[in-house]
Ligand binder design. Structure first.
Ligand SMILES: NC(=O)c1ccc[n+]([C@@H]2O[C@H](COP(=O)([O-])OP(=O)(O)OC[C@H]3O[C@@H](n4cnc5c(N)ncnc54)[C@H](O)[C@@H]3O)[C@@H](O)[C@H]2O)c1
Length: 343
């Protein structure tokens, strides 16, 4: 597959920014689409966009996904070979406060992206649609590590439910319109330019400013932390592996999530490493050279105590396994934080 033109939604965001940088490094032409939502610090988004805008091969549209006319116009004009849809209302905790933002961005917005993809596929332009889902769709599953072929039908939050809806909606379009579609289930992504609402950032910011850190579930949490450059490498490799509708269910390899009736699959992108949250905090403390004061708090509603990715499918499809360990990743995140915030 000789892909040159990629439409990436969410390029002002953490992962979209890193993916666009990688694709530009590799000579792709990239069009970014982002509504610059007010969910977190506007300066961070503006600075990411400014870095991208300075690069040859990058153009962008600032508009919301829900603005269907703007989205279809941008897609028509750019005529991408591939769409990587990352824009979304993210965040588990905020979905309890403001669930409607998730319906608007993740259900209506994702549907509009699917419509653009369907038309471009029919015109013989688009070869592959790739969309971000989340490890949160595993909900209350306790069987570890989480595998794509496990049942994941019991979301605990509206965030997870809207992402699961995206998986279901895209399956229908993949089936109806023969639209090759790959869903990614990301596991706690962190790294330079990271999201201010997520634990690695919140901890670093609090410790750097001498504030105590909040430890939910008394800190008894396990996460599969995925370093962002590894994650976008995996996405880039998956671009070249569009699912093909199998002739029959018996053609599907053991452990492959490929649909028996559509060119559609879901792929975990994680580090396949179970890290105790307290060990991650120690790594941040070591990188900052400061010890944290800790507020021990109960479990938050909608949160899960542990996540852990089975990444065999990713490895089988791409030959790649994310491998940045959490201590190295924390060190690189803290180095960026200090430089960017002068802390
Ligand atoms: N970071 C993680 O750990 C993680 C984990 C699992 C899944 N994900 C998913 O990965 C994707 C990227 O996440 P991220 O961490 O980069 O988040 P982010 O919030 O940094 O980026 C999302 C971007 O989308 C834009 N956006 C949001 N709603 C929009 C809308 N309705 N219209 C247009 N633009 C809109 C925002 O302005 C933002 O720049 C999301 O789909 C998220 O759900 C992230």
């Amino acid at each position: 597959m000789n892909v040159r033109r990629v439409l990436v939604t969410g390029t002002a965001g953490f992962i979209g920014f890193h993916l666009a940088q990688l694709l530009l490094d590799e000579g792709f032409v990239v069009h970014g689409y982002d509504g610059m939502t007010a969910y977190y610090d506007a300066r961070l988004k503006q600075d990411r966009v400014a870095l991208l805008a300075a690069r040859p091969g990058f153009s962008s549209t600032e508009a919301m996904l829900e603005d269907n006319a703007a989205l279809q116009a941008a897609a028509n004009q750019f005529a991408p070979d591939v769409i990587v849809h990352l824009a979304a209302q993210a965040g588990v905790r905020y979905s309890i406060e403001n669930p409607r933002a998730y319906i608007d961005s993740n259900v209506v917005g994702t549907f509009n992206v699917m419509e653009a993809a369907r038309r471009l596929k029919a015109d013989g332009v688009l070869a592959h649609l790739l969309i971000a889902s989340t490890s949160s769709v595993y909900g209350g599953n306790t069987e570890m590590p989480f595998a794509e072929t496990d049942k994941a039908d019991l979301p605990l939050t509206i965030y997870a439910a809207t992402k699961k809806a995206g998986e279901a909606m895209t399956h229908a379009y993949a089936h109806l319109w023969d639209l090759p579609t790959t869903l990614f289930r990301f596991f706690t992504v962190y790294g330079p330019w990271g999201r201010p609402d997520m634990a690695p950032f919140l901890f670093t910011d609090a410790i750097a400013h001498g504030r105590p850190i909040d430890l939910f579930n008394n800190g008894a949490m396990v996460r599969d932390f995925t370093f962002v450059t590894d994650l976008v490498r995996a996405i880039r490799l998956l671009i070249d592996v569009p699912p093909v509708r199998p002739a029959s269910a018996s053609d599907i390899a053991e452990g492959d999530s490929l649909s028996p009736v559509a060119p559609w699959r879901v792929v975990n992108i994680g580090n396949a490493e179970r890290v105790q949250l307290t060990d991650f905090i120690t790594a941040i403390e070591d990188a900052l050279g400061v010890k944290a004061a800790r507020n021990l708090l109960p479990m938050q509603p909608g949160d899960v105590a542990a996540t852990w990715a089975d990444t065999h499918l990713l490895q089988r499809l791409t030959g790649y396994k994310p491998e940045t360990g959490y201590r190295e990743g924390a060190r690189r995140f803290v180095a960026w934080y200090r430089e960017y915030y002068g802390a």
